[in-house]
Design a binder for this molecule. Structure first.
Ligand SMILES: *Cc1c(COP(=O)(O)O)cnc(C)c1O
Length: 418
């Protein structure tokens, strides 16, 4: 038996169909089974597969007969040896319908894909599970990254499980719970008096003296492959169809790029017809992709003085900017920014309406959906998926002020709130 609950998905008899890595800017090919960071032109590398052979080896019925979870999609992933996989139980995440929002807006279908159910409480587990498996497969002993919190937590956990040393650098205003979680899960972690790009520079500079491999967002090819399982899972849950519109809280963009990539892979093998519109959601305090989308630019300018309570999407400079913009434009989607006030309003509304706690970034997609409806960018008849990428339990919550004196007579009208 290999590892935790989905061990029956972690078997040796599922081959990988990787053929090569490809530079996302020039299309140049790179060898797949060696440690690779960025391409020679400094751009992200994408994993390419022999999709024809994949489709000959696997069909949707066979897939449906497997246990659920990330590792059921092995043929779409780059790991060659089952023994490389470290698993903490990467469960399939549920689609949770927001009836309250549907009633308020007159919409026909609004669902949240609740990624907060994954190990370490965020969808970063998907990408990191793949990055760590590939690091193990390729013999890496030290990994490092800059993080706003959730990626570092996942790296710490998967690194510890794999027996790989991890080094994590966080901006000093990273939520305290994240920093402590990273430390408790076995990484060496530092608060840095700067932003995520300052942390990124430290990781890049340390590669020589520390001998670590840099697993920053999109600086290695495999986190995207892990994140693309969101797209696989989503269309499988929709009966091998895509929803009409996906609202995605966009930071470094791994998920947006990964889903768009796998939708094309699925289309190519005939498992998916129409593709969804992709909406990149950012916060008004850090919206480089929105600004580039509005001006028609191919690349985004760095954002000065980035600030938003949604720390997971506070990414002022993203190396995959052109890939995100490409996905948004090709899909005939759009990019949209919401204020922190709107984020808080959705964060307070949705749990009361529908019992689902959202992280700030997830709440941003809900706020963006409301704004897009108002602006006529989406229609009430559209089937909409909002991504809640982390558990709301990992974030500070508003204070609760009610105290009751059990020695005194109880004022029931105060308790009833009348
Ligand atoms: C990392 C993160 C994001 C942004 O995801 P990307 O795929 O890197 O754009 C959004 N929400 C949360 C909670 C995150 O941790």
């Amino acid at each position: 038996m290999s590892d935790v609950t989905d061990f029956s998905n972690i078997t040796e008899d599922r081959p990988s169909f990787v053929t090569h890595l490809e530079c996302s800017a020039t299309g140049d090919h790179y060898e797949p089974d060696f440690l690779q960071g960025l391409s020679d032109t400094g751009k992200p590398l994408l994993v390419r597969y022999d999709l024809e052979a994949l489709a000959a080896a696997l069909d949707r019925e066979k897939l449906a007969s497997r246990p659920s979870g990330l590792w059921r999609y092995r043929e779409f992933l780059p790991v060659r040896r089952a023994s490389s996989i470290v698993s903490l139980g990467e469960t399939a995440t549920p689609l949770v319908r927001l009836k309250g929002t549907e009633v308020r807006t007159g919409s026909s279908l609004v669902v949240v894909k609740d990624e907060g159910r994954l190990p370490t409480g965020s969808f970063k587990a998907r990408g990191i599970a793949l990055a760590v498996a590939m690091a193990k497969e390729l013999g890496v002993e030290r990994l490092a990254m800059p993080t706003n919190g959730n990626a570092g937590a996942a790296l710490a956990a998967y690194g510890s499980r794999a027996g790989i040393d991890t080094f994590v650098f966080c901006p000093e205003d990273t939520p305290e719970v994240n920093v402590r979680e990273i430390a408790l899960q076995g990484a060496r972690v530092w608060r840095v008096n700067g932003l995520i790009n300052d942390c990124g520079r430290i990781v890049a500079e340390g590669a020589g003296p520390m001998g670590w491999f840099d697993v920053s967002t999109l600086k290695e090819p495999y986190r995207i492959e892990g994140k693309k399982t969101m797209g696989l899972e989503l269309v499988e849950q929709f009966g091998w169809q895509a929803p009409d519109v996906i609202f995605y809280p966009t930071g470094g963009g791994t998920g947006l790029i990964g889903m768009w990539k796998v939708f094309h892979e699925l289309k190519e093998i005939g498992w998916l017809g129409d593709l969804p519109r992709m909406v990149a959601v950012q916060a008004t305090g850090c919206a480089p992709i929105v600004r580039a989308w509005e001006t028609g630019a191919e690349h985004a300018e760095g954002w000065e003085n980035a600030s938003t309570l949604a720390s997971g999407i506070r990414v002022p400079v993203a190396i995959g900017d052109f890939l995100m913009l490409r996905a948004v434009r090709e899909s005939e989607g759009f990019a949209m920014a919401v204020t922190d006030e709107e984020i808080v309003a959705s964060q307070e509304q949705v749990p009361v309406d529908d019992g689902l706690l959202l992280c700030p970034e997830g709440a941003a997609t809900h706020a963006a959906y409301l704004q897009a409806l108002e602006a006529g960018l989406v229609d009430t008849s559209d089937r909409v998926v909002l991504f809640n990428c982390g558990s709301g339990l990992k974030y500070p919550m508003p204070p609760m002020e009610a105290n009751l004196d059990c020695q005194a007579p109880i004022d029931w009208s105060a308790i009833a709130g009348v």
